[in-house]
Design a protein around this ligand. Structure first.
Ligand code: URA
Length: 234
């Protein structure tokens, strides 16, 4: 791939902006030799303003989503892309969230430019479990676990019952809930159907991939192939 296209696809600017960077000598090899449009080097040997290039696709990262951020690229408020380097929302192919978390939901959010992986992780056909920690307004009554596991619960405004979901109480007002699908506001609507109200919701795992304790809210990291396999539940 031509240098200008490679850098533009990685989000370093439009093609004309990248050409300008090249003319200004911002793109070099590892020894600082200035590269021109016609030069070709392996990705790992190219430097942009002295720094190694961002990884090429396919790229998958995990973000610890804080409250108040929307999983969208064009919302006027805070958006998840604000938490990544500017270049990351200009990449081509673009990074998309793997399923959405509500603005007020926190926790594990994957973002990828790999369409097949995205489909694999969100399609209910593949049964990839997602676990949430839920904090409730009112005490659990004891009927919730059976209701959610029944495979018969139909949410308001829908006609297809939910797939069975597992719930495990942690305390009177807290529970883990594991779903294999991701309908709109699903956890909040499930507890509403059970006569309760969710006051805090955090996703803690996808497949066998856990949100690590040392990834603070707002922080992100690129996933290794092993971590991607865990997310698929393998
Ligand atoms: N269920 C919800 O209600 N909200 C989320 O963000 C995720 C699952």
């Amino acid at each position: 791939m031509k240098l200008v296209k490679l850098l533009a696809n990685l989000g370093y600017g439009s093609r004309s902006e990248v050409s300008r960077h090249l003319r200004k000598g911002h793109v070099t090899d590892v020894n600082g030799r200035v590269l021109g449009e016609k030069d070709f080097l392996p990705h790992a040997e190219i430097r942009f303003q002295g720094e190694p290039l961002d990884p090429e696709g396919p790229l998958t990262l995990m973000l610890h989503k804080p409250e108040g951020y929307t999983c969208s690229s064009d919302d006027p408020g805070n958006i998840i892309y604000d938490l990544l380097p500017n270049r990351y929302d200009l990449r081509n192919p673009m990074l998309s969230p793997v399923g959405r978390l509500d603005k007020d939901t926190t926790g594990l959010l994957l973002m990828t430019d790999d369409g097949q992986l995205l489909h694999r992780l969100i399609s209910p056909k593949h049964h990839v479990p997602k676990t949430y920690r839920v904090t409730l307004d009112r005490v659990l009554e004891g009927h919730e676990q059976g209701l959610f596991a029944s495979g018969e619960l139909v949410l308001r405004g829908e006609d297809k019952p939910l797939l069975p979901a597992k719930m495990e109480a942690i305390s009177e007002k807290e529970a883990f809930i594991t779903l294999e699908e991701g309908r709109y506001h699903q956890v909040r609507r499930m507890f509403a159907a059970a006569g309760n109200h969710v006051v805090a919701l955090k996703r803690i795992s996808i497949g066998e991939l856990l949100l690590p304790d040392d990834l603070d809210e707002g922080e992100w990291k690129i996933l290794s192939p092993e971590e991607i396999a865990l997310a698929k539940g393998k």
